[in-house]
Design a protein around this ligand. Sequence first.
Ligand SMILES: [Zn+2]
Length: 163
Amino acid sequence: MKKLQTTFIVVIIFSSFLLVYNFYNSYKFNNNELSNEIMNELSQKESIILNNIYNKYNINAKVPIIISNKMGNSLYGLATLDTKNKIKIYLNKKMFQESKDYMINNVLAHEYAHAMMFIFGDKSRQKKGHSLKWVNICKKIGGVKCEQYVNSDDIVMAKRNIF
Ligand SMILES: [Zn+2]
């Protein structure tokens, strides 16, 4: 009996630790920047994309990338053009938790292709910004599966607040 009790107590203590550990991890994720490891992977992919852009178009297209936790749950990324013609790319921080590889391999190039459309002054709303010209740019700069996201608009041009 004593042995069973001890086992029970050990299990409870272990579970409590696990609970606290999980809570701590999710707390850490919500309140801090993305890990250095993820940021490194992201910037490596960005270098590849920027190199491709430079090789194909002879343009230095670096734009600010903002990791945001204010974006809706269905939105992976967003490319914005403000009234001063400044371009920014927003990436949804929440999506890195479950879809890190997708964010790095697909979403970054997808949004950079929108940034390129802005750089070229192409404000076409065709397919919500995903015209054939956009698809071609996306593929050329190293995008994977260059297509519109399901259920979300991911370009914003001036006029309104982003969030
Ligand atoms: Zn898009």
